[in-house]
Write a protein of this length. Structure first.
Length: 97
């Protein structure tokens, strides 16, 4: 993996009843912030709605066992993985959210 693809994930703010959570993904050049909140999910895994801060598309992401994971973004549709899923799965797996 090259330096270009190195990403650092940081939980900026935990979600609570009033406000969404915020995490950031940093590369060597830029930091991008995302807002997210957990949404009810009855089909397995945990559901989240996530969007880049500012005017950006909202994606629904599911985190869980491999069969339970999904995202609505083009990256996931094409490659079966994406930054939204990677970030939320990492936060769930480390019990940060
Ligand atoms: Zn995605």
């Amino acid at each position: 993996m090259g330096r270009k693809s190195q990403r650092t994930l940081h939980l900026v703010r935990r979600p609570d009843a009033e406000s969404p959570g915020i995490f950031s993904i940093s590369t060597a050049k830029t930091t991008t912030h995302y807002a997210f909140r957990e949404i009810p999910c009855s089909i397995g895994g945990r559901g989240f709605a996530v969007h880049r801060l500012g005017l950006a598309e909202l994606y629904h992401v599911r985190v869980g066992r491999p069969i339970e994971t999904s995202c609505e973004c083009l990256g996931y549709l094409r490659h079966g993985n994406c930054k939204h899923l990677t970030a939320l799965a990492a936060l769930v797996n480390t019990n940060e959210i």
